[in-house]
Design a protein around this ligand. Sequence first.
Ligand code: CA
Length: 276
Amino acid sequence: MQLTDKRNTWQMCISSSEWGLKQVYIMSKEKILIIEDEEDIQELLAYNLKKDGYDQLKITGSGEAGIEAVKRFMPDIVLLDLMLPGIDGLTVCRTLKSNVDTAAIPIIMLTAKGEETDIIVGLEMGADDYVVKPFSNKVLIARIKSVLRRAKNMQNEADNEVLKRGPLLINRTKREAMLNGTPFTLTYSEFEILFLLAKRAGWVFSRNQIVNQVKGDDYPVTERSIDVQIVGLRKKLGSAGDAIETVRGVGYRFKENFSDADLKSQSSKAATKFNH
Ligand code: CA
């Protein structure tokens, strides 16, 4: 009986010309799993996410329950507190990212101030982003959307060796980098760093992650040398140098949605040159 009622309601919505109403019923937003032990934060998250249309939510209060819930619920994204009773958040992250069935599910870590080390470890384990508590709802929603979008783009670009990022064109097969159509020369390591960061634009990479993924032939790659190479890379990128952003205490990232509008004029570039 209830089912029939529901179907009638559904059909009414479909047949109504209220497009907005139709959307509410037809467009279902991504499933979100929250792993967070503090009840007030659970409630706040649930309230704000629902307000933004994310009504497929599951909330668990421990790492064990979280891992279990991932398998049953198969969320599109996980919001993961790091300080949990029992299995901690980093262990949950490692468990999910090392399992083929769950590795592709994006994770946003919810961290406290002063947990930079944990943030770095989490990113190295494959977490996709983090927000520091207390965070604003706007920031969190923006991060969720951005991480979901990036996850989709990643799939599309998985085998693509040519990246276009605003005025930058990076062709890994030809080992060619161009800015506004003009090729410029990079060392092997600089090229690999640029490709790594640009491929996952918006993603933060720790120095250690960069070291591990960039095996330099021309340069001994250490965490310290990454800083030196980033300086060199920014210099060679010239007006596009600001595309590579420093994330204080964590590492580097290629600016998300980098476009021609982000190009700095040479004069203002000089002012920010040493701001790394
Ligand atoms: Ca906690």
